[in-house]
Unconditional design. Sequence first.
Length: 679
Amino acid sequence: MQHGGEFWGSDVRHFNGGLFDDGFALPVTAPDADALVAAAKLDWAEVEPAIFGTLFEDSLDAKTRSQRGAHYTSVPDIERVVDPVLMLDLNREWEGVKAETAKLAAMRSGQRHAVTQLQAFQGRLGAVHVLDPACGSGNFLYVALKKLLDLEHEVRLTAFEYGAGDFDLPPLVHPRQTLGIEVEPFAHELASITLWIGYFQWKRAHGGDWPTPVLERLTNIQHHDALLNEDGSEFAWPAAEYIVGNPPFLGDKMMNQRLGSEYTATLRQTYGDRLPGQSDLVCYWPEKARAAIEAGTTRRAGFVATNSIRGGKNRTVLERIKTTGDIFMAWPDEPWLQDGAAVRVSLFGFDRGQEQEHLLNGQRVPSINADLSARADVNQAKPLAENANISFIGTQKGGAFDIPGELAKQWLNLPNPDGVRNADVLKPWVNGMDLIRRPSGKWVIDFAQMDQIEAAQYLLPFEYVEKHIKAGRLNLRRSNHVTYWWRHQESRPGMRQKLAGLPRFIGIPRVAKHLLPVWITAGTLPDSQVVVIAREDEFAFGVLNSSLHKVWGRAQGTYMGVGNDLRYTPSTCFETFPFPQPSDAQRAEIEKWAKYVVQVREHLLAQDPKATLTGLYNAVADLRQQPDATHAASALVNAHERLDQAVAAAYGWDWPLSEDEVLSRLLALNLERAAGQTP
């Protein structure tokens, strides 16, 4: 292996150039040996190198895989990034070279000049470097290498037509051109194997001499953290003309838990002037690629990321890309299977702004926004003074303050000193699931802003909280959460003040498949998974239930990776939404249909004890695609259609409108009103 020569009557090539220098050997049992012998007798010549991605992922225990956010990318998904980022660019160059050399070859004595130009372009291909800074087992690099080899082969065949020989254009494209960074040691080793197998399979199919030694250690695949050095400074990526990859999927909230608080704090501090501290881990790779493009060391880049990169603080990285360059390709919302769960991903490519063709979901569009859409750029929308201090996120308990309804009702009328009533601190409680499914019937102990002496007057509730909450709160970081352990962590006094005196208010599930505003009775305490709108009028309820508001909310909200559920955020979805300014007659029409929507909902839910709002609106979505007048939910479809017509009329618009038209008009209205606000 290390020198080549005769072995047991066979001539063995010199094929180990350092790849297998490690003398470590695993203990092998007799059954292991039998399995290895059987495997060695199989023909592995056509094994698909991409399977090593699955091999790598399966080799990691569940804890490590979850901790790193490691996952496997299929070849078709890789090609949707590599083709537009790498090959579209090079193929355009090749088409120009091919056309020019064809002209030269047609001229007298021009074939020699044509071959010279082809040699120059082959040299260009041999100098291309592609970097995957989270390379895993090397699948992105393998696909890129194979495509470079294919293009070089076409160049050489064209040169041979013009009289060139193998000596004039020896093969140049080599695995050394693929650069990788990988933190997992096993994946780092697999990446080299993947590249070599793919390379030799290609050579076996296309002919050509084999190098000596056949294999060598690829120092271009680095075993290193892609973001930080050991001293906490930013790790410098090797220079590469193209950057592609699928960085790890790990949400902001999970980084401390899975990467460690020290590493996470260092990462956020090191990149703090470029990315918000709430950014998901996946955002750091596109930011570094953006910086490389801005510096001129990289030409184009493309990644697969969770689709949450399109919204919230994560979108900052895409906004920065648009500031220093442009996004020319995107698949914003694609299905993905990870650990058996269906999640959603975004694929996108960007450069410094040179690319003139913009492709969204494979279709040409004038431009691509930072939220990976081609519609009106609603990210320009401003908060409106008319909507200020109306929307809130419900209270965050910070402990098991919620109790069964039966227990709460037992306590309600029990006496306390000084005649205080437990009803003051016991309230019906709802979370997001209560709004879209069947209510859980839970109540909550809520001392609001009471001091400890006042709270202690409510004997049984205070005793319960002292027993079940206090110990867990004493270890928290924020001092007020420790000092006021009997209160909810986030009590939302501003929300309580706005709700005081209202007979009811509007609640919207903070994360749900459908945007579903519902009525909540006064005295009910909403959880942090409920967005509270402090309005009790049918007009506001009707507008928020209309398709116009739902289109705006979907465009302005963010999305959860699993299930692709909408996250409704008060600051972007509600505060920026321009309500219509109707006449009295128009207001009355909206109020009428808002009431009717609620009546139909309640009727349908009463017909089936297992029915839920989510189920009803799943049926509504289906019926809008395939109408069926015999379906019970068709009445709800009709009610919403009449509500939409009434709301559109209040804006002075004909109905129906496309989603793009709705967004364009609402954005224009938002910007007009924002411009007229007093600073």
